[in-house]
Ligand binder design. Structure first.
Ligand SMILES: Nc1nc2c(c(=O)[nH]1)N[C@H]1C(S)=C(S)[C@@H](COP(=O)(O)O)O[C@H]1N2
Ligand SMILES: [Mo]
Length: 467
């Protein structure tokens, strides 16, 4: 009987494939020589889908053995290639790979922009129960202000629709009002943006434009009550000390606000400590606002003035398509009248895998499989998270994770799950959360909007099990 012999193909990881021959790896996966189209390749890959690449090519790229290949949606880009640059295998990223932040007191975050300074925390760096300050993402719209001298001399003015305009130093603020401490998540409105197809304008965040720190400050509502809110008070307007990118000091880099009910919540704070230390300059010290659960742009850093207005604020970052999402769905990539856009407030539900890291290589047990304990976090803006599910077979079946309770409202919720990867090969761990209202995450980013807010597609992590 003639024996059928398959050619001996050594299985290779994506990392090896790219390290050996980047051009060929691109060609294998993308079916063309994209030397002059690498940016497009990168952009498409991050969005999670390929144009016209076959499963065979993907299999070849990831080392040919994909135990759940039959469950893989057509056109899916392997997560090993589709995640944030930092999480990609270093060899793949080498030529125009991620630039990492180099800043005293900060971890090597992924630099998304230098001016203004924007840096993202790779998901696997969000594995602590409370995000350490050095790992916390950075988002600036303008320049970093120069602050010197006594922190307690920092002044904050409250004016507008109040009976007694106040100007308080931080020292006075600490004396007059009771400090409180909460674990609260802060998330950039653009977090997840890189999942939008077509690409939406702005920093191409993965899921790491967020962190959950321990914040200490005084309640904004106590301060506003001391100033005496007039019945006409409807909205806050925030101003800070950071110069506009142009260097002009009379032009705010950003000036947003919130509806009064959010400002009066017990968790809306004027913060002066982060994780038990004086609030660092890069995170808005000496003092900043924190409105947990809402787009991070409301949480003004280096805050100097809170102007109470009788109508929706219209400062830089409040008008046009800035921090606005579509009311009725719009055609992705198209335009929509301003009347169909509303201000982004509470952020949508999201879960991330924080361990293992994307691209992890694991060794199979003697039994040929690989048990794996997954860890992650989930949060849902103003809401709590009801459940988190994980899948190892491209979403064909889902398994419920053990979900922890928040330590206080607006804390993120940590989760764990045990899975067994049945044999050697390439896998993707997918996770998704459902919020207290029953809303879950979409497979691909939905609700496209011109500046790309609120994308909360599933987080996917590539894992290779070797013998
Ligand atoms: N004064 C000022 N406050 C600001 C910003 C800014 O550019 N200037 N950026 C906002 C945005 S868009 C976000 S997401 C958060 C980021 O806070 P962090 O840099 O401490 O992570 O700060 C907000 N507060
Ligand atoms: Mo942001």
């Amino acid at each position: 009987m003639a024996q059928h012999r398959l050619p001996q193909v050594r299985e290779r990881s994506i990392e090896e494939l790219y390290r050996d021959d980047r051009e060929r790896a691109d060609a294998l996966i993308f079916g063309r020589r994209p030397a002059d189209q690498r940016d497009e390749r990168g952009a498409m890959a991050r969005r999670g889908f390929l144009r016209g690449a076959g499963l065979a090519a993907i299999g070849a790229a990831v080392g040919a053995r994909i135990p759940f290949a039959g469950d893989m949606p057509g056109g899916l880009v392997p997560a090993a290639l589709a995640q944030t640059p930092a999480a990609q295998p270093p060899a793949a990223a080498a030529p125009q790979g991620p630039r990492l932040l180099q800043m005293p007191g900060k971890a090597r975050l992924v630099l998304l922009q230098e001016r203004p300074l924007v840096a993202e925390t790779p998901e696997a760096m969000l594995d602590d129960d409370t995000t350490p300050t050095d790992k916390f993402y950075i988002r600036n719209n303008g320049l970093i202000p120069e602050v010197s001298g006594d922190r307690n001399a920092w002044k904050i003015k409250i004016d507008g629709e109040v009976n007694r305009p106040l100007e308080l130093t931080l020292g006075e603020l600490k004396q007059r009002f009771r400090p409180v401490t909460y674990f609260m998540q802060l998330e950039c409105g653009g977090n997840g943006r890189s999942a939008f197809v077509p690409e939406a304008r702005g920093n191409q965040w993965g899921n790491g434009g967020m962190g959950c720190a321990r914040w200490t400050g005084v309640r904004l509502r106590d301060v506003l009550q001391a100033a005496g809110l007039k019945p006409s008070a409807k909205y806050t307007a925030h101003f800070g000390a950071d110069p506009h990118l142009s260097g002009a000091t009379d032009r705010p880099a950003l000036s947003r606000g919130v509806r009064l009910p959010k400002a009066l919540e017990e968790h809306s704070l004027i913060v002066f400590e982060m994780n038990g230390e004086p609030l660092p300059l890069i995170h808005g010290g000496p003092a900043r606002l924190i409105y947990p659960g809402w787009a991070g742009s409301a949480s003004h850093k280096w805050v100097t003035r809170i102007w109470i207005r009788d109508k929706e604020h219209d400062g830089p970052g409040m008008t046009g398509a800035s921090y606005r999402v579509a009311i009725n769905p719009m055609i992705p990539g198209g335009t929509t009248p301003e009347s169909n856009l509303r201000i982004l407030e509470s952020m949508p539900v999201r879960a991330i895998v924080t361990n293992p890291a994307n691209g992890a290589e694991l060794v199979a047990t003697a039994a040929g499989n690989r048990p794996l304990r997954l860890r992650g976090a989930a949060w849902a803006g103003d809401l709590s998270v009801r459940s988190v599910e994980v899948s190892i077979n491209y979403g064909r079946t889902w398994q419920r994770a053990q979900l922890g309770a928040p330590r206080n409202r607006y804390d993120w919720q940590r989760w764990t799950a045990n899975v067994t990867l049945p044999r050697t090969g390439y896998y993707e761990i997918w996770c998704r959360a459902t919020d207290a209202n029953g809303a879950s995450q979409p497979h691909v980013a939905g609700d496209w909007n011109p500046q790309g807010y609120g994308a909360n597609a599933y987080h996917r992590v590539a894992v290779l099990v070797r013998s």
